[in-house]
Design a protein around this ligand. Structure first.
Ligand code: PMT
Length: 220
């Protein structure tokens, strides 16, 4: 890619899943591979941007020329993203953040038959919404891109998330049945305040450039 249209710009990307500990050996997580976020980070760097990638645990190599910050939980991702967001021109939230976490991570491995252990019950509490929190703190000229992972009503849910999360672009994708999570290709909708349109199935690295094209068009 010969375009250097993001030279001098700072781009922040969140990627991958978060993991939320139950005890020292168990956790709650989801099927995100990080492929989408890592493709975004590589594409932004190739276009000349100064890139910070805030990544949950994934099995991908760190992109070259990108500052990668590794986190595990949603709360760790929030604080790392908050720091990078402060100076970012473009922020893309592709991570699949766990919406909930166990209220407490047990200090010792939970075992059946112990008087104080109910293996059938894990009490959950809501995690912070990283995109909604930072989107609400957006500076004029800062461009915010979010995703919407939906099993149904992709477009309506993506349109709702555009305003509830203060995003300039929502990338809507249908998930479940082996789609989007972990795959090399994705078929998505783009939702902005102006328009909603579908894109054809394409590799995630081409999708990354399409997302950055729209983000770049919103930059002052
Ligand atoms: O990683 P891959 O295997 O390539 O898979 C890609 C993907 C399916 C993970 C990606 O395309 C995608 O849809 N990412 C968003 C997943 C998600 O959590 O969607 P959501 O609809 O639950 O959340 C909406 C938006 O809010 C997302 O931008 C998400 O990053 C953000 N969010 C959600 C919850 C939360 N607590 N904090 C957040 O920041």
């Amino acid at each position: 890619d010969m375009r250097r249209d993001l030279a001098g710009r700072r781009v922040m990307v969140t990627a991958g899943p978060t993991v939320e500990p139950i005890d020292p050996v168990r956790y709650l997580t989801n099927r995100s591979s990080g492929k989408t976020g890592y493709a975004l980070a590589r594409a932004a760097a190739a276009r000349g941007a100064d890139v910070t990638l805030v990544s949950g645990p994934v099995a991908l190599p760190e992109p070259e020329g990108v500052r990668t910050v590794h986190v595990e939980t949603a709360r760790e991702m929030l604080s790392a993203a908050q720091e990078a967001f402060a100076t970012a021109d473009v922020a893309v939230f592709s991570a699949a953040v766990a919406d909930m976490r166990p209220r407490e991570a047990a200090a010792r491995k939970l075992k059946k038959g112990e008087a104080d252990v109910l293996l059938g019950t894990i009490e959950l509490v809501e995690n912070p919404d990283i995109l909604a929190t930072l989107g609400a703190a957006k500076r004029p000229g800062q461009v915010v891109v979010g995703f919407a992972a939906e099993t149904d009503d992709v477009v309506a849910n993506a349109q709702r998330k555009l305003s509830s999360k203060h995003a300039d672009l929502i990338v809507g994708n249908e998930v479940g049945g082996g789609r989007a999570f972990g795959t090399d290709d994705n078929e998505v909708w783009f939702v902005t305040a102006e328009e909603t349109y579908g894109l054809p199935l394409m590799p995630k690295d081409r999708l990354a450039d399409r997302i950055l094209d729209v983000a770049a068009s919103f930059l002052p």
